[in-house]
Design a protein. Structure first.
Ligand SMILES: CC(C)(COP(=O)(O)OP(=O)(O)OC[C@H]1O[C@@H](n2cnc3c(N)ncnc32)[C@H](O)[C@@H]1OP(=O)(O)O)[C@@H](O)C(=O)NCCC(=O)NCCS
Length: 125
């Protein structure tokens, strides 16, 4: 899959031991929050406004992330609403041992543009 299909690279980091679950793999909540941050990076760039995460749909954990994996997060806009923006986010892990990357998670995140009072506000597309 080429970079255009995956979307824009919004975050890249290394999976650390502090973020492991009871199995010794990376905790799903860590992945979910990194994806939320990655989507927010793109949503900020596009809306040029404060945003809040409104919903997460179709979150799928495909393969475990291991300590030491380099994890890259890709985001692309899939929905343009009045106050909301839908962003598809993919997480890919580059495995040091295998020298290859695999998709490990995906999800559809919806962000809402908000004003200073925290109320939803139109996005100026
Ligand atoms: C974001 C917030 C201000 C929006 O409140 P609101 O004014 O009642 O607006 P709504 O949520 O009804 O609608 C806003 C947009 O979200 C969309 N939306 C609402 N629920 C949705 C859902 N479950 N899935 C996808 N989109 C949804 C609506 O369709 C609307 O989009 P549009 O304007 O592009 O048509 C409010 O819900 C909020 O503060 N939520 C908490 C945000 C937060 O704390 N996030 C961090 C979570 S830890």
């Amino acid at each position: 899959m080429d970079a255009q299909e995956k979307g824009e690279l919004v975050i890249q980091t290394i999976a650390m031991p502090a973020d492991t679950n009871a199995n010794g793999d990376i905790f799903g909540g860590w992945l979910l929050s990194q994806m939320d941050l990655g989507g927010a990076v793109l949503a900020y760039q596009i809306t040029k406004n404060r945003i809040a995460t409104r919903a997460i749909h179709d979150m799928v954990f495909i393969k475990p992330v291991k300590v030491g994996d380099r994890v890259a997060f890709y985001a692309k806009v899939v929905h343009r609403g009045r106050t909301s923006i839908g962003i598809q986010i993919e997480a890919w892990a580059f495995r040091l041992c295998a020298q290859q990357s695999e998709q490990v998670a995906k999800g559809l995140y919806t962000y809402v543009s908000i004003d200073d009072a925290g109320r939803s506000a139109p996005i100026h597309w």
